[in-house]
Design a binder for this molecule. Structure first.
Ligand code: NAD
Length: 480
């Protein structure tokens, strides 16, 4: 019989109130992996009320900041000790290479160590007002119960990016993971319990977005929603949180430019372009899906990227030799194929890839794809595909490429490849993106704040700034 996983509420595993479960499938083999609890409003109510009680309980509210930090660091240690199991489960669930998930798991403890170290630095300041008879200072307070809603592409990393700063600041949390990747988040919550977090501080309700996710956003006792996912869902959530005057941090979609100038090291740039769009089969928010190559390097860059696209080894993500795994689920495959066909209909040339490769595995695989003869008027260049599809375009000069790169509703990230230092600085100033990489792509650290510009998000994740997003600021005036 298929294994069944319950929610994690108030320190224990709970069967769903409605008694129903949904399947999670391995996207490479299409085998059913397990069934997860299909959460509804009653499950969300149980989780939020447990988190609300825990927020006020002496076992959590009575801890010193140092003690909170210690718990986070202990959780980091436990993640390290269980990294192999977690990486394996994550790869089975979302089809990303085991190698890549191992890499993510290797750095995940750093998030917990970093925010563990910040827990005792949640501080305000003394303000010199012009009233000399007054002492004015600010203090930062936790918000209460935070609702975290996360996607399937990097489940543990994206969940930890929310949980660690929220708990460091003294909040409690209810997590609704993606319906495609419930298992590792449930295991993560068990490890939090093992680390010593009191019951109710970390809760997980699994289920569908329109049911458990929506019920979490609608719950009146939620003080903030921290969401990572698509721009469409983020917009729906933002209209609800705005109407209730509660905060939200939204990490959304992207259509990031990766720009290669004539003077760049083309070999390195090609590798950066390839990793930028084909890593995780293009299913990353920061995917460098719009590649702009200056005329002098256009042909060489295109050949290098296309050669690699044609030779990438596609297969089982658990196999050490595999370089590209499947897309995470069936709709993803349909969506990617739809966009490639649409691009061709719009006048693009299919330079490499463009369809499901011939493989023995039955899963949702798609060949790395290169589209040329594309322009900014085409939907394939404007809309997020979330698959291994690069649109490669030539440009003449800096002025032109800044215009083209910024002509998008998104503003998540951008890459620039050049040996000209002054141009590198100029470009990073002029590009409308929350993260700009120069002669590199895809780097991330819990210490470095990141923010989506334009329709790519609201609010900041990572860095000390992120922890502040889980606090409210009080100004205290004392008549001396
Ligand atoms: P999605 O928006 O479909 O789902 C994200 C989460 O929201 C899931 O847990 C889902 O169940 C939940 N959800 C869906 N509808 C909901 C609703 N009405 N109310 C409440 N919750 C709801 O996104 P996805 O397909 O899981 O993830 C892919 C998207 O995430 C891409 O657009 C990608 O760019 C984005 N993403 C952004 C970042 C970033 O840091 N900016 C990182 C990773 C992924």
């Amino acid at each position: 019989m298929t294994e069944r996983l319950g929610h994690f509420i108030n320190g224990e595993t709970r069967a769903p109130a409605g008694g129903t479960y949904f399947e999670s499938t391995n996207p490479a083999t299409l085998e059913v992996l397990y069934e997860a609890a299909r959460g509804d409003a009653a499950d969300v109510e149980a989780a939020v009320s447990s988190a609300k009680r825990a927020f006020k309980a002496p076992s959590w509210a009575g801890l010193t900041a140092t003690q909170r930090g210690k718990l986070l660091r202990r959780l980091g240690d436990l993640i390290g000790q269980n990294a192999e199991e977690l990486a394996h489960f994550e790869s089975l669930d979302n089809g990303k290479l085991l190698r890549e998930m191992r890499g993510q798991l290797a750095t995940l403890p750093e998030y917990l160590y970093y925010y563990g170290g910040l827990a005792d630095k949640v501080q305000g300041s003394q303000i010199p007002t012009n009233n000399l008879a007054v002492l004015n200072y600010t203090q930062r307070e936790p918000l209460g119960v935070v609702g975290a809603i996360t996607p399937w592409n990097s489940p543990l990393t994206l969940t930890t990016s929310k949980l660690a700063p929220a708990l460091a600041a003294g909040n409690t949390i209810v997590i609704k993971p993606s319906e495609y990747t419930s298992r590792t988040i449930l295991r993560f919550a068990e490890l939090a319990s093992e680390a010593g977090f009191p019951d109710g501080v970390v809760n997980v309700v699994t289920g569908l977005g329109a049911e458990a996710g929506s019920a979490l956003v609608d719950h009146p006792d939620i003080a903030k929603i921290s969401f990572t996912g698509s721009t469409a869902t983020g917009s729906a959530i933002a209209s609800k949180t705005a109407a209730r005057f509660i905060g939200s941090t939204l990490e959304l979609g992207g259509k990031s430019p990766n720009i290669v100038f004539d003077d760049a090291n083309v070999e390195n740039a090609a590798m950066g372009v390839i990793a930028g769009i084909y890593a995780a089969a293009g299913q990353t928010c920061i995917a460098g899906s719009r590649v702009f190559a200056q005329r002098g390097v256009y042909d060489e860059l295109l050949e290098r990227v296309a050669d690699r696209a044609r030779s990438i080894k596609i297969g089982d993500p658990l196999d050490a030799e595999t370089e590209l795994g499947p897309l995470a689920f069936g709709n993803q495959l349909e969506k990617v194929q739809y966009y490639v066909d649409l691009g061709v209909d719009e006048g693009a040339t299919l330079f490499a890839g463009g369809k499901r490769p011939e493989l023995e595995l039955p899963g949702y695989f798609f060949s790395p794809t290169v589209l040329t003869d594309v322009n900014n008027d085409m939907r394939v260049v404007r809309e997020e595909i979330f698959g291994p599809v690069a649109a490669i375009m030539p440009f003449d000069d800096e002025e032109e490429v800044v215009g083209l790169a910024n002509d998008t509703e998104y503003g998540l990230a951008a890459g620039v490849w050049t040996r000209d230092l002054a141009r590198a600085h100029r470009m990073s100033r002029r590009l409308e993106a929350g993260t700009v990489w120069i002669n590199m792509y895809r780097a991330m650290s819990p210490m470095s704040p990141r923010q989506g510009f334009k329709n790519s998000g609201v609010g900041i994740e990572h860095g000390i700034e992120s922890m502040h997003e889980y606090t409210r600021l009080k100004s205290v005036w004392i008549n001396t």
